[in-house]
Design a protein around this ligand. Structure first.
Ligand SMILES: [Zn+2]
Length: 126
């Protein structure tokens, strides 16, 4: 499944990031997905939750931000958001435009919290 590989990449990125910040734990990860990447958000969330279940990242929350498709007009260099597959430039009506974003898939942010010295090494009871 496409989404399973993506969920795995996100987790890999989180773990890499955590190794750089010892003494903290991740509570929320944000990913940015272009609308053209054709990713099923529900499937991604499902895969993600299945993968962190019963691991040290079980409490990690996934936030998905969908980025619209953007084009740049080749005639007037105007940048615009493409809606309903209509890639005509709203400024000069030219049909010649280049896609500049909308297929990204990247880690947008990672929220971490520091372990309280008094609770270090103990598990959360929530
Ligand atoms: Zn134009």
């Amino acid at each position: 499944m496409h989404e399973m590989g993506i969920a795995n990449s996100v987790l890999e990125a989180v773990r890499t990031e955590m190794r750089r910040h010892p003494g903290t734990y991740p509570c929320k990860v944000g990913v940015r997905i272009g609308e053209m990447a054709a990713i099923d958000q529900d499937a991604l969330r499902f895969c993600f939750e299945a993968m962190i279940l019963e691991t040290d990242l079980a409490a990690l929350e996934l936030a998905v931000e969908v980025c619209p498709r953007r084009h740049r007009c080749q005639a007037c260099a105007h940048e615009f958001v493409v809606r309903d597959y209509d890639s005509r430039c709203p400024q000069c009506d030219s049909l010649a435009s280049t896609c500049i974003s909308g297929d990204e898939l990247e880690l947008a942010y990672l929220e971490v919290e520091e372990y309280e010295p008094s609770t270090a090494g103990t598990k959360s009871t929530q």
